[in-house]
Design a protein around this ligand. Structure first.
Ligand SMILES: *Cc1c(COP(=O)(O)O)cnc(C)c1O
Length: 427
């Protein structure tokens, strides 16, 4: 027929290489595993919303889950599937559901798995919009207790009879508190709680949350995984560790087949399908291409952050530097044990005589902008922007000073960034 068969003739050989290769090699060759038409080295962008079947009985079989296939674009898409496979591989999980944004991944999963009367334990130190949506969940009858999750004892003390899950971030933004990840994992396992970890700040390159026994791992694909601030996306990955037969809120029609897939099935049906926060195929393509260089970008950005924080912490004009890579950080030891590097995000408080807006305006390479995980370095005055709506009291409990400036460092040359900070601080 002239078109290469959809099953790659080197499939078995590629599979073998894949299991033995490193992080980046695996990612780069992931799409070829499933055989791409014409030998295309990228999974194509499939824009079709629906899929045709010559035999209507086949269509019915796909709907009934008796045969695999594509039905309707809100639920499934080949381009998005290929990205989901890459994320599953990166997190060493068993399945991934992708969403239109990181927030959609978090909200939809909560809506799909929780019911009024359930209790959730989370951290004081949370991404602002996650904190905001958790407040919304409270008004829908789901009780949330926020604790200082840097110490497992606080999580243990908050457990109640109706506690269903624990949700923490690896490194919190902007103050870089690191959750007591391993101990919370052990606690959740012992107490049979669903352990949800938002891995956005560390990415699966720096840390696989499965190592801390996480059941569900969240990633905002918008950030480091996509990496170029040109596409929004989010994902939740099932690690296969949780015994879903013990989770009370599953509907009986999803309790079929392998127990490890029950939860993600309900998330895909009751969450993704019904809420409809679907990742588009173009965005999935951008994110997939971006993810190819995740390891390279993280190496460079983390090294830049490490060098800059060392420089800033000895500068007279800088009052405080928050970065887990610094030996004075409360979770420095834990961070160096858990993470390949300590991330590319840090925050600083400047001496009182320096206005944080003026300082940001004096930086030329660092862009004043929200977002993190871009190739470009970004800075933002936290209390006045992303944490403004939260109000002063909640900011105080989160340790967010009015002068706090957050930097999400990119992959510029280290000397250039150092020179930019140096110039902005020398008055
Ligand atoms: C950005 C972010 C999110 C939300 O992701 P979006 O793609 O912007 O919706 C969730 N968690 C963390 C830690 C984030 O940094």
């Amino acid at each position: 027929i002239g078109i290469r068969d959809s099953v790659n003739s080197k499939f078995e050989a590629i599979k073998k290489v894949m299991t033995q290769s490193g992080f980046t090699s695996k990612l780069l060759h992931a799409d070829r595993r499933s055989g791409v038409q014409h030998g295309s080295i990228h999974k194509p962008i499939h824009t079709a919303v629906t899929y045709a079947y010559d035999d209507s009985r086949e269509l019915a079989a796909v709907f009934q889950g008796k045969q695999s296939g594509y039905t309707y674009g809100r639920q499934v898409n080949p381009t998005v599937d290929a990205l989901q496979n890459k994320i599953t591989m990166m997190e060493d999980g068993v399945a991934t559901a992708a969403f239109s944004t990181g927030m959609a991944a978090i909200c939809t999963t909560f809506f799909a798995l929780l019911r009024a009367g359930d209790h959730v334990i989370s951290s004081f130190f949370l991404f602002g919009n996650t904190n905001s949506v958790f407040k919304t969940f409270e008004s829908h009858g789901i009780e949330i207790t926020f604790v200082d999750a840097t110490n497992v004892a606080n999580v243990a003390a908050a457990i109640k009879e109706n506690t269903k899950l624990v949700f923490v971030e690896t490194i919190a933004n902007p103050r870089t508190q690191v959750a007591d990840l391993i101990n919370i994992g052990d606690l959740c396992e012992a107490q049979n709680l669903l352990y949800c970890v938002d891995n956005t700040m560390t990415t699966p390159y720096l840390f696989q949350a499965k190592r801390a026994k996480a059941s569900l791992v969240f990633n905002s694909l918008t950030k480091y995984i996509g990496g170029h601030a040109n596409a929004l996306g989010g994902a939740v990955t099932e690690t296969g560790l949780y015994d879903w037969s013990k989770f009370e809120n599953l509907y009986s029609n999803y309790k079929k087949g392998d127990v490890s897939s029950w939860g993600i099935t309900q998330i895909k049906k009751k969450g993704l399908r019904d809420f409809g926060a679907t990742l588009g195929p173009e965005a999935a393509h951008h994110i997939s291409i971006g993810s190819d260089t995740l390891a390279l970008r993280m190496e460079r950005a983390c090294e830049n952050a490490r060098t800059l924080t060392e420089y800033l912490s000895s500068h007279d004009s800088v009052k405080k530097v928050y970065y887990p890579g610094l030996s004075g950080h409360p979770q420095h030891q834990l961070s160096t044990e858990l993470f390949k590097h300590c991330g590319a995000l840090f925050s600083i408080e400047l001496n009182d005589e320096i206005d944080c807006f003026d300082f940001l305006n004096r930086l030329n390479l660092v862009i004043s902008a929200s977002n993190l995980g871009d190739t470009r370095s970004l800075g933002i005055p936290v209390a006045h922007t992303i944490y403004h709506e939260m109000g002063p009291e909640r900011r105080a409990t989160m340790g967010i000073d009015d002068s706090l400036v957050r930097f999400a460092i990119g992959i510029e040359e280290t000397e250039d960034l150092l020179a930019d900070f140096e110039a902005a601080l020398s008055l």
